[in-house]
Design a protein around this ligand. Structure first.
Ligand SMILES: O=P(O)(O)OC[C@H]1O[C@H](OP(=O)(O)OP(=O)(O)O)[C@H](O)[C@@H]1O
Ligand code: HPA
Length: 179
């Protein structure tokens, strides 16, 4: 029997070739402001696909950043934020005195990114830069806004390229809408 989470037919919003173009453009903008002492920090789980592509695009552009991961979760299996961020796993190495580049798939309420920035500052990062692949519209000011945004997404529930619904759809190469 078909799984209800994967039964729907997602609508393609940003095809794979456009995703690649956006990542390359971001890498060209970010490469001049990072170096081999910078720590790229992916927010797990959704940011993984984007972070893998961006760090490789940065390497092609001559910027060989370090890499670490912070496992945050706020949506669980829902389509709206619980408004509370759980830290499932901390960084592996110290970022004390280092520049950090936080990478995530989507900026929506902004709560996940704000919490990640707070954690990096508390860990002693000398500078915290933030980059998201997609930014969704929001009626109220969000702080902090990301330093780098790849794609301005519509106000729809996104899946693919790391974005999930209850753990499903992350592996889609295109970014799609489920609603
Ligand atoms: O701006 P916000 O409203 O905080 O939403 C953005 C966050 O929501 C998703 O993570 P989620 O908590 O669903 O965990 P996931 O990475 O495992 O999908 C996404 O990967 C972002 O990290
Ligand atoms: O549109 C979305 N899709 C999947 N996960 C999300 N987390 C915040 N917004 C979204």
């Amino acid at each position: 029997m078909a799984d209800p989470e994967t039964r729907a037919d997602p609508t393609v919003l940003l095809p794979e070739a456009e995703v690649r173009r956006v990542v390359d453009e971001l890498a060209a903008r970010i490469a001049p402001v990072v170096d081999d002492q910078t720590v790229a920090v992916v927010l797990l789980t959704g940011g993984l696909w984007f972070a893998a592509d961006l760090t490789r695009a940065l390497a092609r552009a001559g910027a060989h950043v370090r890499f670490d991961a912070l496992w945050l979760a706020s949506y669980g299996d829902e389509t709206t934020s619980r408004g509370r961020i759980d830290v499932h796993a901390p960084l592996q190495r110290s970022v004390q005195g280092r520049k950090v580049l936080i990478l995530d798939d989507v900026f929506d309420t902004g709560l996940s990114l704000a919490e990640a920035v707070r954690i990096m500052r508390e860990a002693g990062a000398s500078e915290v830069l933030t980059c998201v692949f997609a930014r969704k519209p929001w009626p109220l000011p969000r702080a902090p806004e990301p330093d780098f945004v790849g794609w301005e997404a519509p106000n729809r529930f996104l899946v693919g390229y790391g974005l999930d619904h209850a753990g499903a759809w992350r592996g889609l190469a295109d970014i799609c809408a489920l609603d």
